[in-house]
Design a protein around this ligand. Structure first.
Ligand SMILES: NC(=O)C1=CN([C@@H]2O[C@H](COP(=O)(O)OP(=O)(O)OC[C@H]3O[C@@H](n4cnc5c(N)ncnc54)[C@H](O)[C@@H]3O)[C@@H](O)[C@H]2O)C=CC1
Ligand SMILES: O=C(O)[C@H]1O[C@H](OP(=O)(O)OP(=O)(O)OC[C@H]2O[C@@H](n3ccc(=O)[nH]c3=O)[C@H](O)[C@@H]2O)[C@H](O)[C@@H](O)[C@@H]1O
Length: 432
């Protein structure tokens, strides 16, 4: 099939490369010329394991990039994968999706055949029908369901495992409201993957598809906040919450995944999707009290780390190592990182945070503040520091061992259970 993908960020680039791997001819459309140039040179614009080999294999053959929407009508279907950030009040900003849909609409105005538009960006239920469909209709002069179709097909990939998550998904969710042509095109597009991996395919309505995405993310965020709450209580009773979680996870009804307690959840989506769903609920006069507490527990975790540190050292005027800036290992993304509130807390107490991350994330996060130093290595960050907090579970942090001996005060608060206890080190696990 010929497929266009609008937006070449984390989701769009992975999708475009993976669809090429499934055998489709793919054109990636982005308004950012730099991204388009890099993609056409076969260079991944994002850090994602397994992506570069796909770009090496297909760039210039089954995969090309452009800034020009004229490529869209030549294709059978178009995935929209542009960003849906939070507004100041937490509600979703779908202006980029709307703009992309308008441009897709304009581009297909002269096309004679039916064209399918697939919303992959995360959007609140109802927005596809109420905002995006009219935008495409106005721009194309066509009627939805006749000249074009509009489906919702949310994405569940996680950063750092996006290629594998695409190729081996837990499920495919196809929201078409029973539009047979839309369903046929989507089914054809995914057919090679279904043949190869055989995931459950959920055929559903567009509102349901949109809600499934939010439900997934807020459930996972809630699961982490619940294990963090339990972990905080465990800590007070001298109980190892990881042993507790391991045993809990043996119950099939609970499941072992996402039970790692610690510094909390960050990233580009859990914070924004939780906020967007809460704002959407409030718009309909429903107060989502549990979700409010899920966020509150998450907000508290980095600050608890500093309180634990203060049990051993007064950070005022001291250099405190902050290990990890990325919101999780395997990425240089600092969106929603728990290191941000931890740094704020240290600065408020008059400390000098010395930040290290194996990626560009350290420089990028430090540039948001005055008074944060960036270290070249974890060992450099620890040298002469009067304490350390561990925010990201980068595997290299498990091998620091003797580097802790160079600290002025060897106190470490581990927010990710990655540091081994050792003689002479005052070790505090956040939830164990
Ligand atoms: N990042 C992730 O791992 C996941 C993200 N999502 C959702 O997918 C959507 C996209 O997220 P990301 O890929 O992280 O965003 P991103 O910010 O990495 O990428 C968005 C891309 O769209 C481009 N763009 C913006 N407006 C455009 C337009 N009118 N025409 C063409 N290109 C345009 C931007 O230049 C950018 O390259 C969001 O709704 C997000 O919630 C869903 C699952 C996973
Ligand atoms: O909508 C999205 O963007 C994506 O959001 C998450 O993916 P991602 O944000 O890339 O990362 P996760 O691996 O889910 O981790 C999120 C945060 O939770 C934290 N976490 C995760 C698991 C755990 O047990 N404990 C824990 O604190 C991580 O450290 C990280 O800060 C979801 O896992 C994806 O399914 C979803 O598609």
């Amino acid at each position: 099939m010929d497929v266009s993908v609008i937006g070449s960020g984390y989701v769009g680039t992975t999708l475009a490369a993976c669809l090429a791997d499934l055998g489709h001819d793919v054109v990636a459309v982005d308004i950012d010329e730099d991204i388009v140039t890099r993609l056409n040179e076969g260079e991944a614009p994002i850090h994602e394991p397994g992506l570069q080999p796909l770009l090496d294999a297909y760039t210039g053959s089954r995969l090309r990039a452009t800034t020009d929407y004229d490529a869209v009508p030549e294709t059978d279907l178009t995935f929209v994968t542009v960003q849906t950030p939070s507004r100041e009040d937490g509600s979703i900003d779908i202006s980029a999706v709307e703009a992309a849909c308008r441009d897709v609409g304009e581009s297909i105005a002269e096309k004679d055949e039916y064209h399918l538009v697939v919303v992959k960006s995360t959007v609140i239920p109802g927005m596809t029908e109420e905002v995006l469909a009219p935008a495409i209709e106005a721009a194309s002069g066509k009627t939805e369901g006749e000249g074009f179709g509009l489906a919702v097909n949310p994405e569940f990939q996680a950063q750092g495992s996006a290629v594998q998550d695409f190729m081996e998904p837990d499920k495919l969710v196809l929201g078409t409201d029973g539009d047979d042509r839309a369903l046929d095109l989507l089914a054809n597009c995914y057919e090679p993957l279904v043949v190869d991996w055989d995931p459950p395919v959920v055929e559903t309505g567009r509102r349901e598809a949109a809600m499934i995405k939010y439900a997934n993310n807020v459930f996972l965020a809630s699961k982490i906040s619940l294990i963090n709450e339990l972990g905080n209580v465990c800590k007070e009773y001298g109980v190892d919450s990881y042993e507790v979680a391991d045993a809990m996870g043996l119950d099939d009804r609970i499941g072992a995944a996402f039970l790692r307690s610690g510094a909390g959840w960050g990233g580009s989506c859990f914070p924004k999707d939780t906020a967007a769903l809460m704002a959407a609920a409030r718009e309909r006069d429903y107060e989502p009290e549990l979700l409010g507490q899920v966020v509150a527990v998450n907000d508290r975790q980095p600050l608890r780390m500093i309180e634990l540190l203060e049990r051993h050292v007064d950070p005022s005027g001291e250099r405190i190592a902050v290990l990890g800036a990325a919101f999780k290992p395997g990425t240089d993304d600092t969106r929603g990182t728990r290191s941000r509130p931890a740094i704020e807390g240290l600065l408020e107490r008059g400390a000098t945070p010395v930040l290290y991350d194996p990626t560009e994330a350290a420089a990028s996060l430090a540039s948001e503040f005055d008074g944060v130093e960036v270290a070249d290595s974890a060992a450099d960050a620890l040298e002469d520091a009067s304490g350390a907090i561990v925010m990201t579970d980068w595997p290299e942090f498990s091998e620091l061992d003797a580097a802790f001996d160079a600290m002025a005060d060897p106190v470490v608060v581990d927010g990710r259970r990655i540091i081994a206890r050792r003689e002479g080190l005052m070790y505090e696990g956040l939830t164990w």
